[in-house]
Design a protein around this ligand. Sequence first.
Ligand code: CS2
Length: 457
Amino acid sequence: MSEAARRLTRADGRPRAPVRILHLGLGNFVRAHMCWYTEHAPDAGMWGIAAFSGRTATHVEDLRGQGEVYSLLAQSRAPSLEVVSSVAGVHAADDMAAWRAYASDPAVSLITSSITEAGYVRTGAGDLDESLEQVRADVAALRADSEAPVATAPGKFVSALVARRSAGGGPITFVPCDNVVGSGAMVRTVVTQMAALVDPTLGSWIDDNVAVISSMVDRITPATRDADIAQVEAMAGWHDPALVVTEAFSEWVLAGEFAGPRPAWEEAGARVVADVTPFEDRKLWLLNGAHSLMAYTGPLRGRMTVGEAIADPVIASWVDQWWDEAGARLDMASQDVTAYRSALLDRFANPAMKDPLSRIAADGSQKIPIRLIPTIRADLAAGRDARAGLRGVAAWVAHVRGLSTPVADARQEEVVALGEGTWEESVAKVVSFMGLPSEVVPVVMELVEEVTGRTSR
Ligand code: CS2
């Protein structure tokens, strides 16, 4: 921090708005996205967000130290900087008393979440994963005492609903902001399943009082680097350890009936549609699918950021082949797919963004099944070879065998086991883990050789 730099204060932004949105997961992404849309809604002055950190307590103290406001730097050739004021309260994950108090307040009409794919603790089939120790612990805790501390997101959601029911807080709407398919149905499933385990009388209250929205969220938001903080210091004269760096592009598409009021997000650029599925597919397959493909192939060719990967002609051709494969399945006019692909190339190549592939590589066990596997399955069913998607699976085999930087995964133990044994064994285990037919093993072996440059012969 240079001597001239000062800290941000609430006076740098708008006054705190009354809290009407309860949010779980305080990562950078949501601060570049839902909080930003709320900031830009014309009724922002009526919608404050109480944000609770998820698994990590990042930035709770930093944000509190500057009256919850933070700077957002949209990186492009002409970077733009703004102060976002929509967050009105910041809490650590374990502040359950505050969590329940907000949930009980009739003025709060929305529960939003941004906790990554893994945060919803689901099985591969999409149900609440009751085999997980933390899920079982939350169920036991809430059964014994509805005010008990809990750790999982479904546990927190149910704890919020129990508090709201007993306070007579009225209807409430969940708005998940994560990269999952059918996000509304997904939240409804994990919440009702957790509720049924905790208190069988809660289900009918949920039916009558809880709405869920499905949403497609998009804005590439890497972790903030010291160099970014220094750039803002030079641009604006303040030192902001809670700075968020993002791209200029952003997209938010929502579908579903709200049970109560919400900010006029559409006036800030969000779209409300009848069916979010085509938007989810387009984004998850083309953007996130390509991201995952680059995340695992890139390091094998010495590429460590998205920009470096997409500048490598070999990787760019793999991405292109993937887009041909996945794009063909989209329920969209082909010129729209072409335009989206070309916009993605610009976004990936953004020279002002340094997005490390290791960020994207995390939680592959949760991401690959959503991003690559549906297209691979459809191709195989149609008798096509599915190589472009299987290449991503092959590169993940190399990743779980330790050929690229280790990253966190929600299913760490299983992932470690997948990497053990011979290459052939790993490939067979990964193919089965991904629910693919064993016939693809030889193709994946070939692709392993292609992406790693190793040969078994
Ligand atoms: C990325 C996403 O984490 C990842 O795997 O693919 O965070 C991606 O940057 C966002 O979905 C963009 O909207």
